[in-house]
Design a protein around this ligand. Structure first.
Ligand code: PEP
Ligand code: MG
Length: 584
């Protein structure tokens, strides 16, 4: 095995030691047509049939879970999908493509999907389009089963861990493999703030992107060490290097365990200045994965995922049940429900938005809600109905103008009554125009939360999912830092609470900067809570204020980050000392 050392961009920290598994993409467009020898035809058909059985089993499981969690009506779609896989006409066509035309199993499925594509292209209308998805989705599942055939073989006997290697870091890649089997992810492409990256971080999987053609350079089964903190990848490592890395990973885990043990203490700086630490979640299920005592509630519930994982729009009652499951875990703490933020890369399969040349600049978030008032009204009704269950906070995504905020508030008032909303009403600041109009917007709301992931995208005019311009996506650039300081100052002057729920809040340098600017709350993936709390406890607010001011005055992102990192490194030193004390 050849030794190969590579350097890429860090996306999620940590050390991963395991065996490479090259995951093929599940988008059929990228699968080359493959032919087989006549003698292999019978085996190829068996392979396809086996993958289909596995897909059917999977659908059965999803159906059972959906029935349990969401009800029989929603689960019915999966029974229909199972029927699609058993369609006799499709079966005989697939058999003919394999046995007569000698197509490999994945190419035969591709032929079937192409046939559906041509058929549905000629049909008009939203219903037809969603019908097409119902026909193609189950076969895509079979395809995935086929392509993941090698999964079991890829597991190294010794290490039992997979280093997933793929061309692009997509959300589907991250969720397609069992979390406990994946110890690291390596990709050619993928922005650090893409949704795939956000997921990888929240799953705690060390991840590196910016490794060109990595999927062609490595082979499944090769031993690999991934250093998520520095972006270094070692393939074909020696036994000694592997052992050292395993020790490093164990040490990191140990430090983490000590930090978790101290994470129930209230968030504060060394001098006792409080910093509220909340979590970002996508589903009530996320709350089972960590100790909720560590946090002051939920700072961002991305409710669109509730809509995305269902086969159709949730009713008001469906939503009340889901929101109630979060509120019952936090009866006395703040829970911030962000209203539907679909559009761009977050799509609902049952609600097709028009094809747009610039989707990130188009019909998404609040814009879509205001144009579909029925949909928005239902969500506001559901959230308002939950007001007695806890501290319900409603937050609007992708706000651009004051007028939009007023229109949304009017809708809430139509439900709740003027001047008595019964729930707290806030907005996300993600668009530079809204940041500049904040002095007016802040008068209409109870709280502000900054979405730095999108704010950077719109401030620098760089698509957060486009790795070609990833270099220009610079959260630590002084231009962004100055906007963040401006937002904090404006909210403080208006005496309105201001927090951050973008990824920066879960990064040590980001958390230090934000606390130093006067942000009173940080919301992040649960994974980062112990570390951020432990680090904040080591440093006085005065130090954070000075380093935040200095970073904002720097010349460029590298300089600004270095200023913040100096304080972070000092805080880490103190954490390490206390871990050592804990050990003795
Ligand atoms: C953000 O933009 O910072 C944010 C928190 O929202 P999302 O990542 O879901 O767009
Ligand atoms: Mg956003």
């Amino acid at each position: 095995m050849a030794r190969l050392e590579l350097n890429g961009n860090t996306v999620a920290p940590g050390v991963g030691v395991g065996a490479v598994f090259v995951a093929m993409t599940t988008t059929t467009a990228n699968i080359p047509i493959r032919r087989i020898a006549p003698k292999d035809a019978a085996g190829a058909w068996e392979l396809l049939d086996l993958a289909r059985s596995r897909a059917l089993k999977r659908l059965e499981m999803i159906q059972a879970t959906t029935a349990r969690e969401l009800g029989l009506q929603d689960a019915a779609i999966y029974a229909a999908q199972a029927a699609v896989l058993q369609d006799p006409e499709a079966t005989s066509e697939l058999r003919a493509w394999i046995q007569d035309d000698l197509l490999a199993p994945e190419s035969a499925i591709q032929a079937l999907l192409n046939k559906f594509g041509t058929l549905f292209e000629k049909l008009e209308g939203g219903d037809m389009k969603s019908w097409a998805a119902d026909l193609t989705d189950p076969w895509n599942l079979v395809l995935r089963e086929l392509l993941h055939e090698g999964l079991e073989h890829a597991k190294s006997d010794e290490l039992g861990n997979l280093v997933l290697v793929a061309e692009e870091l997509t959300p589907i890649l991250v969720v397609s493999y069992p979390r406990e089997k994946v110890c690291a992810i390596l990709c050619s492409r993928g922005g650090r703030y893409s949704h795939g990256a956000v997921l990888a971080r929240s799953f705690g999987i060390p991840t590196i992107t910016g490794l060109p053609q990595i999927e062609e350079k490595v082979l499944s089964g090769e031993r690999c060490i991934v250093f998520g903190d520095t972006g270094r990848v070692l393939i074909g490592a020696t036994v000694a290097e592997t052992e050292d890395s395993l020790t490093l990973a164990a040490d990191r885990n140990h430090v983490r365990e000590v930090m978790i043990a101290g994470a129930k203490e209230a968030g504060r700086t060394a001098d006792g200045t409080p910093v509220k630490i909340r979590v970002n979640i996508e589903s009530p299920r996320d709350l089972d994965l960590f100790d909720i005592e560590m946090v002051n509630g939920v700072g961002l519930f991305r409710t669109e995922f509730v809509y995305m994982e269902r086969p159709s729009f949730p009713s008001v009652q469906d939503q009340v049940e889901i929101y109630a499951r979060v509120l019952e875990r936090f009866p006395t703490k703040t829970v911030v429900f962000r209203t539907l933020d679909v559009g761009a890369d977050k799509q609902l399969r049952y609600f097709k938005t028009p094809v747009e040349a610039n989707p990130a600049l188009g019909w998404r978030g609040l814009r879509l809600s205001l144009q579909w008032p029925d949909l928005f009204y239902m969500q506001l009704q559901a959230l308002h109905a939950c007001r007695h269950l806890g501290k319900v906070n409603v937050m609007l995504p992708m706000v651009t103008t004051l007028d939009e905020v007023r229109r949304a508030k009017k809708m809430l008032e139509a439900i709740a009554g003027e001047g008595e909303l019964g729930i707290r009403f806030g907005v996300m600041i993600e668009v530079p125009a809204a940041a500049m109009a904040l002095a007016d917007i802040v008068e209409e709301v109870d709280f502000i939360s900054v979405g730095t992931n999108d704010l950077v995208q719109y401030l620098f005019a760089v698509d957060r999912d486009n790795s070609w311009v990833a270099d220009l996506y610079q959260p630590y650039h002084p231009a962004h830092l100055r906007v963040l300081r401006f937002i904090a100052r404006t909210c403080i002057a208006a005496d309105k609470p201001v927090t951050v729920c973008g990824e920066m809040a879960g990064q040590a340098a980001g958390a230090f900067f934000l606390a130093g600017c006067g942000y009173t709350g940080l919301s992040m993936s649960p994974l980062f809570v112990p570390e951020i709390k432990a680090l904040l406890r080591q440093v006085d607010i005065g130090v954070l204020r000075s380093s935040a001011a200095a970073a904002a005055q720097a010349d460029n992102a590298t300089e600004a980050y270095a200023i913040l990192e100096e304080t972070v490194a000092a805080a880490w030193q103190k954490v390490s000392e206390s871990v050592e004390k804990h050990n003795t």
